[in-house]
Design a protein around this ligand. Structure first.
Ligand code: TEU
Length: 543
């Protein structure tokens, strides 16, 4: 299959795929050292087949000092020894493909690790040397150059500049261990094109592009002035030429992209999804939307309307390795995902959160397009509280301790209720501590429980894979009880849905909602009460 495009019938798999995100470090520990690894993933491939996903997206597995969980890449052509070897990654990609599961890898073009050979050379070379031109090095301001070259702030808090002993400063939009690359330099462009080819040659079916809207910088590196247009580093027009050249490479392999494009402006967002650019991008407006019928409907409508003109399918995401777990978020009074409101100990009702997360699962799996699941979502894991002295995410320290960081959604998975460390690994304690409640969520326990989150996901994914009406395609809103949302996966004909059409109804409000007439129940997120849909419950129906 290397290098040759897939069969045409199969070529559009990504338009309606269910893609499972693996945070390698926390998925399964194959060698018992407390860190998840590729051996652990290979051993759990049968679980992923049974879950019923079409593809796996792996967060970075390359050589890395792990200053930001692997988003600080030291070498793209080497797998980090903590995770395995390149040969093992190749085996994993091939084994998964044999089982009908494709592989998506994560590429981080905005920055590399400060241990990357390029940055080490740049640091050693000294001011003014060509090695420094691959990054953004500048002298400081002030009498002794002691003030950073501009006022940009790191995404993780603090200044976006760090000064070296030789007096020059370098730019890092994230941690100081993640120097930003200079995308105006042709060697940077060439190298990433080679990295894409390197992995496509190894059978990778797609690439997730990290921080995809940040790579290009205004070369003058001006101070940030709120409201100034264009922004000095978000969503610059130059990016589109980069992604067009990437698209041509991907097309030669039949591979796809999913961009991590956080942009509030939807018109700007869809420019990345034009037919000769990225195939898909994560839909964060859905993720960030509170559990509210009116607001979710608006988010869904807006998403579909913005994608329509470019012909790209929408993606639906409830959580990932950067955000508070769904069960915890939906159990809070304000359920939206607001970075600024991410605080220690925000009260949450796990019962309510779980109920809503179950309904949200059926909602997102019924919407038109592809859906991303994050490991542990199918187990209904809550956000874990990490003891302060065990927090590893740089976001915590760099926020001056205000932000709990993202470790709470990155805790090693529970597999076996009665095994040490809930079956994550055998010998050594996992790299992040697991809450005492973890065995309760273990996959083996849930597999045997018809009412579990895992059973719901398995059943939903099976129906989604085998039945008509799911994935890519049209949808039409149906009249519903106020406080509920109802839609059919069919074009708007003005008439009642055709026999066999898939209908999804979600009730967000307290009064139980009636089901549309002449329908048969396929799956519910909670039992019906007297034929009515209880609050915070979703149902799939066939007309
Ligand atoms: O995230 C990019 C990004 O925008 C983050 O700063 C986001 O705002 C933050 O994680 C919110 O909690 C990507 C990766 O997903 C993230 O894990 C990395 O830390 C980051 O890039 C740097 O590579």
């Amino acid at each position: 299959m290397e290098g040759s495009p897939p069969e045409p019938a199969d070529a559009l798999w990504w338009r309606g795929a269910a893609i499972y995100q693996i945070y390698v470090r926390s998925f399964a520990d194959g060698d018992g050292d407390g860190t998840g690894d590729l051996a652990g993933v290979r051993a759990r491939l049968p679980y992923l087949v049974e879950l019923g996903v079409d593809a796996l997206w792996f967060t970075p597995w390359y050589l890395s000092p792990l200053a930001d969980g692997g988003y600080d890449v030291a070498d793209y052509r080497t797998v980090d020894p903590a995770f395995g070897t390149l040969a093992e990654a190749e085996k994993l990609i091939a084994e998964a493909r044999e089982l009908g599961i494709r592989t998506i890898i994560d590429v981080v073009p905005n920055h590399v690790s400060d241990r990357h050979v390029w940055f080490r050379a740049a640091r050693a070379a000294g001011p003014g040397r060509p090695e420094r031109a691959l990054f953004h090095f500048r002298p400081g301001r002030g009498e002794h150059g002691e003030i950073p070259p501009n006022d940009w702030v790191s995404e993780f808090g603090g200044p976006a500049w760090t000064r070296l002993d030789d007096g020059e400063w370098y730019l890092h939009l994230f941690a100081p261990e993640q120097p930003d690359l200079n995308w105006a330099h042709p060697a940077v462009r060439r190298e990433y094109e080679e990295v894409l080819r390197f992995w496509f040659e190894r059978g990778v079916a797609g690439v997730r592009i990290d921080s995809a809207a940040l790579l290009a910088k205004d070369p003058a590196l001006p101070d940030f002035t709120a409201g100034r247009d264009p922004h000095p580093y978000v969503d610059l027009d130059e990016l589109h030429a980069i992604y067009r050249s990437w698209r041509a490479i991907a097309d030669a392999y039949g591979a796809i992209f999913v961009g991590e494009v956080w942009l509030p402006d939807t018109e700007r967002f869809v420019r990345y999804l034009r037919p000769d650019e990225l195939h898909t991008a994560f839909n964060f407006s859905f993720l960030a939307c509170p559990w509210d019928a009116r607001r979710l409907r608006a988010a869904i409508e807006e998403t579909l309307a913005e994608h329509r003109p470019v012909g790209a399918p929408a993606t639906w995401v409830l959580c990932n390795h950067d955000v508070t777990r769904t069960v915890t978020r939906y159990g809070r009074e304000a359920t939206g995902f607001d970075f600024a409101a991410k605080e220690f100990g925000t009260p949450t009702d796990p019962g309510l959160g779980t109920r809503r997360a179950r309904a949200a699962a059926l909602l997102s799996l019924a919407l038109p397009g592809a859906v991303y699941l994050y490991q542990g979502e199918e187990l209904g894991l809550p956000e874990a509280e990490i003891p302060l002295d065990r927090i590893q995410d740089p976001m915590h320290a760099r926020s001056g301790g205000k932000d709990p960081g993202r470790d709470g959604c990155r805790v090693p998975l529970p597999w076996t209720a009665d095994a040490p460390y809930a079956g994550f690994g055998s010998a050594t304690a996992p790299w992040l501590p697991q809450p005492r409640s973890w065995p309760r969520y273990a996959a083996d326990r849930q597999a045997a429980d018809p009412g579990s989150m895992l059973t719901l996901y398995r059943e939903a994914l099976r129906l989604r894979r085998t039945g008509p009406g799911f994935g890519d395609g049209p949808m039409t809103w149906l009249e519903s009880h106020s406080g509920a949302l109802a839609f059919v996966r069919a074009p708007d004909t003005g008439a009642a849905p055709d026999a066999g059409a898939l209908i999804c109804v979600v009730n967000f409000s307290a009064p139980p909602a009636p089901l549309p007439p002449h329908t048969e129940v396929l799956l519910t997120s909670a039992p019906l009460t007297g034929g009515l849909l209880p609050p915070d419950t979703a149902v799939w129906l066939r007309a």
